[in-house]
Design a protein. Sequence first.
Length: 436
Amino acid sequence: MYVIGGGPGGLAVAAALVDAVAGTPLATRVAEAADKAAAGAAGEDHFVALAAARTALMGSAHDALTARVADVTGRPAAEPTAPRTAAEEPAVHVLAAARAWLCDLARAGWRGIDHDLVGGAAPVVSALLPDPALRRQATLLDGFAAELAASCPGATLEHVPVRRWADLWSRALLLTLPGADRTAAVSTATGRLLPLGVDLQEHATAVQAQVHAVFEPADGTAPRLVRAAVSAPKPDTVVGAGLWQLLRPRMSLLAAAGEGRSVELDAMPVTAEGDLLWDDGRARTGEPADPFATARVILSTAADPVTAPLDRHPSRIAVPVLLEGYATERADDGALALTVAGHRLAVDTDRIPAAGPLTPEAVAASGACLGLLRWDAGEFVLQPLAVETTVRKKTTAVHAGAWAGGTTDKAGVRAEKAATDAVSVLRERAGKLLRT
């Protein structure tokens, strides 16, 4: 079973998968699918069964880990809401073509991929992209195919990222099934939004800023944790503070988060999973709001959002937490960790963006940290979003997203100027290309 195990170890991994789902409703179908895959005779239904089994196991691990986090934070969970079923399934034939390509990929195995096989995804992606309802599947398939193409031919790879590719393959396959990607239930949010921090995620060709916040409904009901994200394509030459220039025009919330202010929402669409579908026309910048004050007063009572079934995976865990009264330590290799109540928690310094004033050194000198609790490589880690440090006997807050709305910080101003020059040159070149 090369899709899950990759190479000679595939049979052992398939057997382990069968054992893991023994006694569940999936047991019989997964055992049959594993046998067929081992014999090279697996069909579409068999691959779907294997993808479903892997996804179910990852979901189970996700639930167990989030339960542990809930025990520590003591926060309540929001009530789940049933998703809406689309009136009709979009472009069934295109999804079937995507499913066929993914099955061909499974039959070849990671060591068997080549440019011809991977290139088969291109016409499928082209057919998916024009339909907004299929944009999610198209983006996943396009990114997955690009990653595989960069690794071709598979036979020459020194290391195969089996777990990552198996996750992407399983998710992509299940999203091609009718009804799998149901429309999330959407309601409206009216009240006060209190930003906690900004998680900046950068890729060679894209950037996304996700704002984590506490929402206080105007009707006086319990507060809850929400997120709002904005993304933009980018050239690989735009890095550091220049990323904010690509994102700022698309979202007023970034300016509010950078300036430490609340936002008043008026009927802002929000999904059951806690994702705000941001509309600047329904938002108004409010009074100053210190994220650390918000975390100390409200965070412990804010309900955690529900996770959609297909999003249940340990890598998706990102829980806002406030830590205080810890000790910091640095290992010989430079790795940073916090010791909280006798427990060691590694700090994921690689996730601290260069597009802000927050640094590993600031974290090491801090007395309070607002961050995201994540699961990585078999342990919980902390991604810092902001810290409080003491400078000349005065407590100072340093935020990863402090430059989101602009800055007067000297280092930030220099970075902005360099980024502005780079963006201007790129826009000028793009304009010339369009005119020719």
